[in-house]
Design a protein around this ligand. Sequence first.
Ligand code: AMP
Length: 518
Amino acid sequence: MSIADVVRTAADRYGPAIAIEDSRGTRTFTELSDRAHALAGGLRGLGIAVGSRVVVLLGNSVEAVEVDLALALGGFVRVSLNPRVGPADWERVVGDSAPDALIVDPRVDGAAELVARTTSTVITVDPSASAAPSLEELATGLADHAGMPAPAPDSLCALHYSSGTTGVPKGAERTHANRLASLAAMRDHVLAGTLDGADPAVFLHAGPVIHTSGLFVLPFLEAGGRQVLLDHLGPAGLLDAVEAHAATHTALVPTVIARLLDFDDDRLSVLRHLRMLAYAGAPMPVEHIRQAYHRITPNLVQYYGMVEAIPPLTVLTAADHHRGVIGNADLLESVGRACPAAAIRVAANGDPVPDGEIGELVVAGPAVSPGYHNAGTRTDLGKSHVDGRLHTGDLGYRDLDGYIHLTGRSKDMIITGGYNVYPREVEAAISAIPGVDDVVVVGLPDEVWGQRIVAAYTSAVGAHVDGDVVLAESRTRLPDYKRPKAAHRVDRLPVTALGKVDRVAAATLLDALARAAS
Ligand code: AMP
């Protein structure tokens, strides 16, 4: 099976039904297939060779899906820029990936600068914006469904950039086989059972379709569901959108679910119809999982993965959430069980450790990226791929029932007074203090301790928990070497462009607060 098969079979089966829509328009399954094929052919017609990298700067829109599929059909390598991070980051990604073409929405802030600086072919979404060829022109050209041989499974379909160790982003390579592995695991383990029945399924892409939300594009095409793509939705906009589009499925990062929990139950009731609320990308405090289960929907699914090993590698199913909420609370601290295709080993110094012991998660199987772009010339990429296995940098253990528990990232581990402390454990203890909403714990340099543990936290709506209370409570909940030396209440934890808690920014903030207090 290939991505082309998914697109064409969906067009054959569901032809005139709406496949995707955004605030400006819709595409049926037939239109989507025709336009993606025409676009792929049009790009070749412009002289873009198979295997070329194509940088894409588009918000959540029908065009983002068309372009994604067209690049896959035509054998091009998609390099998506996150519209939220701005020109400085984009330039670094463009510098490393050296694309042959750019597909740009000129309405994205900063897009004009990017276009002005490039010597590559530029295709714009807005035909009136410039003399560059427009996406519309290419997408309405001749659609040759048979003339394009499917790219080989191990050929690349994308580079996924994340920040490197020296500030130059690193591009994890993603193959067609990686993406198809994700499709199968999403269908069988994350969406399992939620697409059955006569009622139409509607997926709301509320987060960036270039990241975790995009993993649902192929499964929903395959199942004939409708996908709604919306941009810049705040928490209130998200509730309105779920109601307006009768969405049945969505996937969010935990920080967005935390914001939803600020609404009262009456306002949250529109989410009751969700058949699946998936979350991933960062740990979610257990108290938030419980509240989400009771106040939003019991149909929660968690999965785990990363750009270097396409999600889902593990899944905590809706049934697991149910068992966790009614009694087995340990389950809610876990990221679930490994999907059958993902070989996850917990290892220390390369050797497997017994169940229950903490080690680094090492992954093999069809989800794992072959490596980083430019790995031959860059010296700042580290050695995460060894003999086809990915050393994830995530620490954790497998319990006796096979559930994987993450304890943190190896680079976030705090060493204080000679002890290793996993921030995750301290964060779990502090977030369980009544009135605390969210918390991040980091190690700051300390002359005596090497590093000292400090925390920034937010109070739940209507609560006002003092730093002294957090420190006093920590004394009853944690052994002394794991207790924070300072706890600062803040209005919001700093988050990255993808909505994850930003530990580097949190350390800078906590350092500044400590200096101001001394
Ligand atoms: P990224 O490569 O940007 O998608 O980030 C991947 C990292 O996010 C993983 O290596 C984990 O550290 C973290 N992560 C992903 N999913 C989860 C999850 N369900 N729970 C906790 N951390 C997660």
